[in-house]
Design a protein around this ligand. Structure first.
Ligand SMILES: [Zn+2]
Ligand SMILES: [Zn+2]
Length: 253
């Protein structure tokens, strides 16, 4: 029995333990996977930059998103990637908690205003990673968001055309090089909608930029992105510097 299945079985037999702190979830929320205390500890992001959503209102061009391609017009994340959010994403990525998608979709919808009607497009994993993991956590998240926003999920619109190395130890510049040209998109359908890319974590935005470029090249027009969490500024490795402890959050970017 694999670890994910074992935990799913344990979950079935011992329901109501919070996925973050493992304490019992409040009895009045029998279906909740995250307890009220841990939910309340998640830190929502109040956007300062109207484009990338980083918290400081930029004076002049925003340093975070000035280098993004024009076609990525909006990015929003629900919460900061602190320890609690990191634990949740770890569960989503490695423990096979599909049921978590519903709960996380709810968290996103609570903190990110619903954008104009769009296809929700999960950022695809490479074939190898998809095989290893068995599912794409971004798809699980997208389905959870779609259930609240009532927008369609378009899973096959975007795919990875080559393997990329894990982004964890890379500088922002290396991240951009690593994912450049990694995606290919299906041509825009007649009357095709705008697109919102969905991913678990936004770090530098390199992955979202590469995906947005592929979609724009295929004729898609309005492209935004929504992620569950956003890396804390001091967790993003800068050129010549060292990262803090390596985290598992960044096989994307
Ligand atoms: Zn908890
Ligand atoms: Zn910005």
């Amino acid at each position: 029995m694999n670890a994910g299945l074992a935990r799913a079985l344990e979950r079935f037999l011992l329901p109501n333990a919070c996925l973050v702190c493992e304490r019992l979830v409040e009895q009045h929320r029998p279906d909740a996977l995250i307890c009220g205390v841990c939910s309340a500890r998640l830190r929502p992001i109040v956007p300062g930059c109207r484009r990338c959503g980083q918290p400081l209102p930029p004076v002049g061009p925003c340093r975070f998103c000035a280098g993004w391609p024009e076609n990525l017009s909006l990015a929003r994340s629900a919460v900061w990637l602190d320890d609690a959010a990191r634990t949740i994403i770890h569960r989503l990525k490695y423990d096979g908690w599909h049921g978590l998608g519903t709960e996380l979709g709810g968290i996103v919808a609570r903190h990110v205003p619903r954008p104009a009607r769009a296809y929700l497009v999960p950022v695809p994993l490479s074939q190898r990673r998809l095989r290893d993991r068995g599912y794409n956590q971004a798809t699980v998240l997208a389905r959870g968001i779609a259930a609240v926003w009532q927008y369609p999920v378009a899973e096959r619109l975007l795919h990875r055309v080559r393997e990329t190395q894990t982004q964890t130890a890379l500088t922002p510049e290396e991240r951009a090089d690593n994912v450049a040209g990694a995606f290919e998109a299906a041509p825009r359908s007649a009357g095709g909608r705008a697109i919102i890319l969905i991913d678990d974590v936004l770090t530098t935005g390199a992955t979202l930029c590469a995906a947005a470029c592929a979609l724009a090249a295929a004729g898609w027009l309005t492209i935004g992105a929504v992620t569950l969490a956003r890396a804390l500024p001091y967790d993003i490795r800068v050129a010549g510097g060292t990262s803090r402890t390596p985290h598992d959050n960044s096989d994307r970017g």
